[in-house]
Design a binder for this molecule. Structure first.
Ligand SMILES: NC(=O)c1ccc[n+]([C@@H]2O[C@H](COP(=O)([O-])OP(=O)(O)OC[C@H]3O[C@@H](n4cnc5c(N)ncnc54)[C@H](O)[C@@H]3O)[C@@H](O)[C@H]2O)c1
Ligand SMILES: *[C@@H]1O[C@H](CO)[C@@H](O)[C@H](O)[C@H]1NC(C)=O
Ligand SMILES: *[C@@H]1O[C@H](CO)[C@@H](O)[C@H](O)[C@H]1NC(C)=O
Length: 352
């Protein structure tokens, strides 16, 4: 099976490509480098390393999903059996300041990709969704049948919810699509080799890349947003999942599509089902690194919730997927990546 991976050069995409190749799938990778490092030869530094790790070539094209013609050109020259769509702008805070950019990229990009898929009869489709579609959880742990779309506080989350709606409607209208919505919780860590990992361009938006940069001395101090939440230590609790477990989830979803005749649209939470607080995460990275991480208490950000974690048992039941790694592996591999690539991929890509 030949799989088109959109957003392949990014954090999650690069790990997904690696897992696909290791599971015997063929991959064609695209990205527009809006949030990934482009090497001097126009290829993605992250994917070059995935090639080294797997010993396999990765066909790649620079392609912007906002440009339907670019996608169309790819589909006329290559025959794809499935698409994994990870390409999106993803910074929650930035999406509040730049709503038009986020809606345009994440919605139009997805619609363009889907129209071309339809035109070429490529109807196996996996979409990167997010726990954010649930809004503030009414019940914990979160099951896939919990309500979605209510109380989403930012345009980024809205785009994930809207694309989910598009895909659900599509599967109602056309029964021959096989669609899987993967609702990610909080992916962290890196490939155990330390060769690929998360390389936020600029100040990291997510907790653990930020903590790792404080730990290595690139940033001075971690501001903790709120210590009066209704959680055991007062700081926010989230469901962190090792990036390799998350990436493997895509292979499991694809395996299911390959085996099943018609699945319509299925939805799976990808998380460990365990919540850890900010302070627990900091302590775990201090342990993994043997360093002290300076922190400072601050006020909660608007829209922040106390706790969010899922029940991942549906993915186990239907996909046979479950997490293999825990908190210590997440922090070990994050630290290994950070230590070996203090400036992310950009040092390797040359001066910039
Ligand atoms: N990292 C998380 O915490 C998280 C959580 C839930 C969902 N997600 C979703 O998972 C997906 C991957 O996230 P990530 O963390 O790897 O982010 P990332 O920014 O590292 O990767 C996304 C990639 O998509 C590319 N891209 C963006 N717009 C594009 C366009 N118009 N055309 C082509 N390529 C484009 C970017 O250049 C980038 O390489 C995203 O859809 C994101 O919303 C991420
Ligand atoms: C890629 O897409 C993003 C999001 O729409 C856009 O802001 C950016 O300019 C594009 N980058 C490149 C290098 O084409
Ligand atoms: C969701 O599914 C669970 C387990 O299958 C079930 O117990 C629960 O009643 C369902 N909830 C809703 C809101 O449908």
């Amino acid at each position: 099976m030949k799989v088109l991976v959109a957003g392949a050069a990014g954090f999650i995409g690069s790990h997904v490509v690696l897992c696909l190749l290791e599971s015997g799938y063929d991959v064609f990778a695209i990205d527009n480098f809006s949030n990934a490092v482009e090497g001097p030869d126009g290829k993605a530094e992250s994917l070059k390393r995935v090639s080294e790790l797997t010993g396999k070539d990765i066909p790649f094209a620079k392609c912007d999903l906002r440009n339907e013609q670019e996608i169309e050109n790819l589909f006329t020259t290559h025959k794809f059996d499935a698409v994994i769509h990870l390409a999106a702008l993803k910074a929650v805070g930035e999406s509040v300041d730049k709503p038009l950019e986020y809606y345009a990229n994440n919605l139009i990009g997805s619609l363009n990709l889907l129209s071309v898929c339809k035109k070429h009869g490529v109807k196996n489709f996996i979409f990167s969704s997010s726990a954010t579609v649930y809004g503030p959880p009414k019940e914990l742990p979160i099951l896939e049948n919990a309500s979605t779309g209510q109380g989403i506080t930012n345009p980024y989350g809205q785009t994930k919810y809207m694309v989910e709606q598009v895909l659900m409607d599509l599967s109602k209208a056309e029964k021959d699509w096989n669609i899987v919505l993967l609702r990610y919780f909080n992916p962290v860590g890196a490939h155990p080799s330390g060769r690929i990992g998360e390389d936020p361009l600029g100040i990291p938006n997510n907790l653990m890349p930020f903590v790792a940069q404080v730990c290595i001395g690139r940033l001075p101090v971690l501001k903790i947003y709120g210590d009066k939440f209704d959680t055991p230590d007062g700081t926010g609790v989230r469901d962190y999942i090792h990036i390799m477990d998350l990436a493997r989830g895509h292979v499991s979803a694809l395996d299911r599509i390959k085996k099943a005749k018609q699945i319509g649209c299925e939805i799976y939470n990808l998380g460990t089902g365990k919540g850890y607080s900010v302070l627990e995460m900091v302590a775990a990275l201090e342990k993994a690194s043997g360093r002290k991480i300076p922190t400072e208490m601050s006020v909660p950000r608007p829209g922040d919730i106390a706790s969010c974690y899922c029940d991942p048992s549906l993915a186990y039941e239907k996909l046979g997927w479950k997490c293999e790694f825990g908190l210590s592996e997440m922090c070990r591999d994050l630290w290994n990546w950070q230590l070996n690539n203090p400036q992310g991929f950009s040092t390797a890509a040359g001066p910039n």
